[in-house]
Design a protein around this ligand. Sequence first.
Ligand code: PHE
Ligand code: ZN
Length: 835
Amino acid sequence: MALRFKRTKESAGLLRRDDYRPPEWIVPDSALDIEIFADCFRVRATLDVARAEGSSAPLRLDGEGLRLLGLKIDGRPAAHKLDKTGLTVRIAADRARVETIVEAPLGSEQLGLFAQGGLVCTQCEPQGFRRITFFPDRPDVLSRFRTRITADAARFPILLGNGNADGAGALDGGRHWTAWDDSVPKPCYAFSVVAGDPAARRDRFVTRDGRNVELAIFSEAAEVPRSAHAMAALKAAMAWDEVNYGRVYDLDRYAIVAVPGYRFGAVEAKALNIFDSALLLGHPATSTDGELEAITALVGHEYFHNWSGNRVTIRDWFELALKEGLAVFRDQEFCAALGSPAAKRIQDVKALRAAQFVQDEGPGAHPVRPEQCETIADLYDATVYIKGAEVVRMLRTIAGPQAFGAGLDTFFARHDGTGATCDALIAAVAEHSPDRLETFDRWYANTGTPRITASLRQDGARAILTLVQDGSLPIPIGCALFGPDRKRAEKLVLLEAKRQDFVFEDVPGPLLLSINRTFSAPVQIECERTDTALHALALIDDDPVARWQALQDLAARAILGEAHTAAVIDAIARALDDHAQDPALAAEFAALPAQSRIADGLEAADPGAILRGWRAVQADIGRALAPRWRTFHAADGATGAGVRALRVLALQYLLAADVPDAGALALTDVEGSATLTERYGALRALADSDAAERPAALDLFYRRHRADPALLDKWFCAQALSLRPDTVSAAPRLLTHPDFSLAAPNRLGAIVGGFTANSGAFHHPSGRGYKFVTDVVLASDRIAPAGAARLARPLARWHRIEPVRAALMRAEVARIAGTAGISPELRKAVGAVQP
Ligand code: PHE
Ligand code: ZN
């Protein structure tokens, strides 16, 4: 065992993008006959293989954990070489029919074909297909798949495959079969099969060219009411993709299966997506609005992959951002169109900063198109996904929406049925917008968050904006100049050199600079702006993202004691007035910046000072605008998610202001509100407070929801997130609660993940927060190393914290690193070197 581990590790080494070679053999057609038994499966595969031009190599098929029962080439047994990772056959001809028969156990690792959540299902991305049958398991080999599935009819009445239904029938011995024809070539990672006895919600969608598509969402019978939201999202996504990208669905069926505990989130397998139930099923009574929006985004995301992923796939896994950046960009735009576009953009910017900018600062920084990796699984991260989406967004910004749209049409048409590259996407768009994209590919190669310094100089009626970058990227920066009362000039500039001047003519008078409007580039901007300037911009900037940023910057200064809270209050009040019609956006303006984001802006943050300042400013805003908070809170939450967001925020302010009846209002919401957003929002607000109603509210929520694991997780999380000073001792006590178990990863994440996100508690000056996290991490590393590594990551950020706390954090990192037998994942997460 030990020996084998060592050998695979050595031979694995690093995977490199440069090592890409085109396939020696392709597989235009594949037919799979899959027989499912109680604890194993058997696959007869018939592959029509063809030699690539100029190739003389033997045929190599990947395969792992498979027992080969038979092999024929063109109907005859053939000599072959079998090893741990596959099968090699010499074939003299340029074309051949390869038939294999394999058998394997239904695994428990959730790879290949396995049993999970009462179903038998698949996980093929990125390299699971090789655990189902021998095949060139690489994304640039696309094949037309025909699948036949056989299983016991009583246990597995439903047998699903990719593509259109192609027959079904009964067999002797209580077994039955279904057949599936997927006529559109796809990479094998987009293969899927599901067998079981799930219930279904069915619907249909008529495409713009008249195709009648049968839709189904499969889940446990009791969960069918909770799939309505996902079904509505699917239909909206199909319509949106037709209208906005001209992408029309290409088959007669589309199904999504909810698998409880599916480890991989969601996969875009062709016409048969598989989702973790928790990411697919939801209802306003049991899910927050944020969770429902995440379902909408994910259903859209996987649907959009039908074109950007399945039909046009990726050449190799280093090009992952091609499909993921495009799919995330498209799901962002889809959600923006369904709700408040400005609020959505602000939320996306917040997510980018929290997940990706932070990654760029640590040891995990890498380009959107990495040059190397240890395992392909490592590529699935915030940089590939979220920054990948920002890069696509900049491509649209620089090319303009029309050229971008035409470029995508070219891209889809040209690369349909093949594995493409990020460069091919740029090239397709550049054909319609030849200028200014010559160096755009640098965005895919560059590591880290670019820094730009901006300064504005006035010379009579001219203004000169000087931008300096620390790299050499083509960076689109939205800029505007405001006079005291109105906008004087606006342009989108493209910063291409290290340092560039941009001149605005005919703009006399005092000017305010509005920069990186719409968050046009994923960069950090450094720019001297007085409190007065920020305040003025926060009042008049007509780009909501830039206006929000000005207000956030001003609020951060007030929290740090560098600006007057009165200015913040004034700016919030004005933004609430101006955006009364868009409550989701109003709620973004009214919320204070997260404490962790304020800390990010400092060289060596003092989390204690930030917490005190944050609470003080919150209380001031609560008192000063109390009548508004009452009005917002009195609104009918049934009106929409934006109104609910404002209701919840209003409660937080009323509680922070110590308004006498605030606790009672919150308890009433915990007790009687129709939506989980309001009930849980009120619970969280109370959990932060000293209100007399706090224990009653916690008790009520617990008793009502203790049977629902996801809601019970939230109950734990609300306490771990509590801003009260006693959280540092209260959170560790949660681990002694009878409903806690170290072996339940979601519950552990709810408590410890909540705790580390709660900067006042985590960074308690005593260092008890760091100790608590370290203790838990070391205990859970033995059970779930990946989860433990995630929880430990905040400890590794000591270099950004003031020296006294930094020393305490380093001591805990050293304690982790010095513990014998910790997992490599954990070691990597805390940035400790290999011993
Ligand atoms: N491809 C999936 C997506 O849509 C995510 C995924 C990654 C699934 C890895 C399985 C394995 O983003
Ligand atoms: Zn994706």
